[in-house]
Design a protein around this ligand. Structure first.
Ligand code: RP5
Length: 157
């Protein structure tokens, strides 16, 4: 695959079962991506280094998933001016309501584009990342239209 345009990061390996749904969309639409587990509380320096260097490595959108306090999308947004899409992972204690409120509740000026809880949120983060990239890529926009049409056909089936 060519130069990754989307970074899909997550706070724990246990988030993969949710975040894989973002990756499925990126693969379906042939958008190059990379994935990484980086923890806001276990490896904070790595988060700063990885996200801080993302733009110069050619990344255009960051998708960040985390559960509970869900600080990873927040740390990501603080350390880059790239758009950051946050996926609240369903937590054991509160089913992801904590993750959702934490990610959505950013102070004015440093947003995290917050999706819904769980796998549908991850899937939508993938679609939204593609929509952002498609603003400057007509061929990708065409693939996105075809993808949407396919979804509509699946609904009819
Ligand atoms: C968060 O805590 C992670 O994003 C994950 O959703 C949750 C649980 O992590 P593990 O204890 O499974 O590593 O930081």
């Amino acid at each position: 695959m060519s130069q990754p345009l989307v970074a899909v990061i997550m706070g724990s390996q246990s988030d993969w079962s949710t975040m894989q749904h973002a990756v499925t969309v990126l693969e379906a639409l042939r958008v190059p991506y990379e994935t990484k587990v980086v923890s806001a509380h276990r490896t904070p320096d790595l988060v700063v280094e990885y996200v801080g260097g993302a733009e110069s490595r050619g990344i255009r959108v960051v998708i960040a998933g985390a559960g509970g306090a869900a600080h990873l999308p927040i740390m990501a947004a603080i350390n880059t001016v790239l758009p950051v899409l946050g996926v609240p992972v369903a937590s054991r204690a509160l089913n992801g309501l904590d993750s959702l409120l934490s990610i959505a509740r950013m102070p004015a000026g440093v947003p995290v584009g917050t999706l819904g809880i769980g796998e549908h949120g991850a899937m939508n983060a993938g679609v939204l990342a593609v929509e952002i990239l498609a603003l400057g890529d007509a061929a990708l926009r065409d693939r996105l239209r075809t993808y949407r049409q396919r979804l509509a056909l699946e609904d009819e089936a």
